[in-house]
Ligand binder design. Structure first.
Ligand code: ZN
Length: 429
């Protein structure tokens, strides 16, 4: 899930700067970190500062860059969002940037959405139209800037303003030279014909613009990627299965594409890897939990978790209503019954192996309606490795020793799953 409200950073007052002088707009809340940043050579344009100014009628967003970049901005409904696609940018912004509401902008987040493309997603306080969106060349004493101006409108006007070209398909922003396929699903190489090994798809959750949960400066997206890569290495070393990763770097992958990868690869097993967090003030919980797909959540916590994990696409600015469903519901239902039996069996194996090495949740087997587990023909489980909101869990999640042992346990469960499968598929069984 996304815990982007976890960092509370006080935005200092400030800066009669660009905004106020240039435009006569109200003074801006400015992230007043004036400390020099270490110089890191970046092949990409660098965003160095961000300001939001205005009120609930008009709000202006300004991003400072070291060079002018092209952009493409569009709005999305339910929830109200504005998405700005730009070429890949290195964001050198304060950690709290985007977490404080101002005017029409409730919050915003930013990050890589695919190789060659970054994205900024604004959560809006209400319906608003993009009054203008443009880039400015550097001027004397001013860096290059990207400016987005929003204006409050009523819902009817907002919906009318959603033009066809607003469709938020993942493609590089205007002017990007990087040649990137539309989705990872399209680029993942199909299974080689001479490779008869079962395919295991490992799916580190979140990525890019979607950080997932966060605590103590650790983002879920990084923790689960490290775990996924270590698990891949372990499995590949044994050589019994072919491993396909839904992501191997800090890239955003829509939920539907993760499922597509599993299906296109005719995967025999799909393992999604996450780390949960309890919202503030909702007590403490600890330990690993293994989730399978169910129409009906096994308990309120499982339902909360599925809801928040399912928000990944909205966080990344992918419009869920645009997602095509490629299989009729009834077919899904039939295939899923058998698939679910396999999923449940694998989930029990994971619990059995993991409890020897890792701390488990007091109810370690749960189910809920996770979108990422919906491949009708691929046994799928989602492992929540622990709670980043729990101090001891977080310490484990960051420990090399814990990771190595737990990777071993999951690999053991995968072996158990396929061993049983081979036996029961043999004649006379
Ligand atoms: Zn997650």
């Amino acid at each position: 899930m996304a815990g982007r409200a976890n960092h509370i950073v006080l935005l200092g007052t400030v800066l009669a700067s660009a905004v106020a002088t240039l435009c006569g707009w109200p003074n801006t809340g400015h992230a007043a970190d004036e400390s020099p940043r270490p110089e890191i050579a970046s092949p990409f344009p660098i965003a160095s500062d961000v300001r939001v100014a205005g009120d609930d009628k008009q709000t202006r967003f300004i991003l400072d860059l070291d060079k002018k970049i092209p952009l493409r901005a569009f709005a999305l409904a339910d929830p109200y969002r504005v998405v700005v696609d730009i070429p890949q940018v290195s964001f050198h912004l304060d950690t709290g940037a985007g977490t404080v509401a101002r005017g029409l902008i409730k919050a915003f987040r930013y990050g890589l959405v695919m190789p060659g493309g970054s994205r900024i997603v604004f959560d809006l306080a209400g319906p608003a139209k993009i009054k203008s969106a443009y880039a400015l060349d550097p001027a004397i004493g001013q860096p290059a800037r990207l400016v987005i101006e929003l204006e409050a409108v009523d819902r009817t006007a907002f919906v009318q303003s959603l033009a066809v070209e607003n469709r938020p398909d993942l493609r590089p922003a205007v002017g990007t030279t990087a040649a990137v396929a539309t989705t990872v699903a399209a680029t993942a190489a199909p299974k080689p014909a001479d490779d008869a090994r079962p395919v295991v798809v490992l799916d580190p959750g979140h990525g890019g613009i979607d950080n997932g949960t966060q605590a103590g400066g650790e983002a879920e997206k990084s923790l689960v990627l490290s775990f996924g890569l270590a698990l891949r290495d372990r499995i590949e070393k044994a050589g019994k299965y072919r491993v396909v990763m839904t992501r191997t770097d800090d890239t955003f992958i829509p939920l539907g594409d993760r499922v597509k990868i599993a299906r296109n690869q005719s995967a025999a097993l799909f393992v999604s890897i996450h780390a949960d967090a309890l919202p503030r003030g909702e007590g403490d919980a600890q330990g690993a939990t293994i989730y399978t797909l169910s129409d009906k959540a096994s308990d309120a916590e499982a339902e909360r978790l599925a809801d928040s994990e399912n928000k990944a696409d909205a966080i990344g600015g992918v419009n869920l209503t645009e997602e095509p469903t490629d299989v009729a519901d009834i077919l899904i239902d039939l295939a899923q019954r058998e698939t679910r039996t396999f999923s449940n069996r694998f989930a029990r194996l994971v619990v059995g192996e993991m409890k020897t090495t890792a701390r488990m949740h007091k109810h370690p087997l749960k189910s809920a309606g996770f979108k990422v587990l919906k491949a009708p023909d691929v046994p799928s489980v989602l492992i929540e490795l622990g709670y980043v909101s729990n101090k001891d869990d977080l310490q484990q999640l960051m420990s090399e020793n814990w990771r190595s042992k737990t990777v071993g346990a999951v690999a053991q469960a995968i072996d158990g799953f396929f061993a049983k499968r081979v036996v029961s598929a043999a004649p006379g069984n």
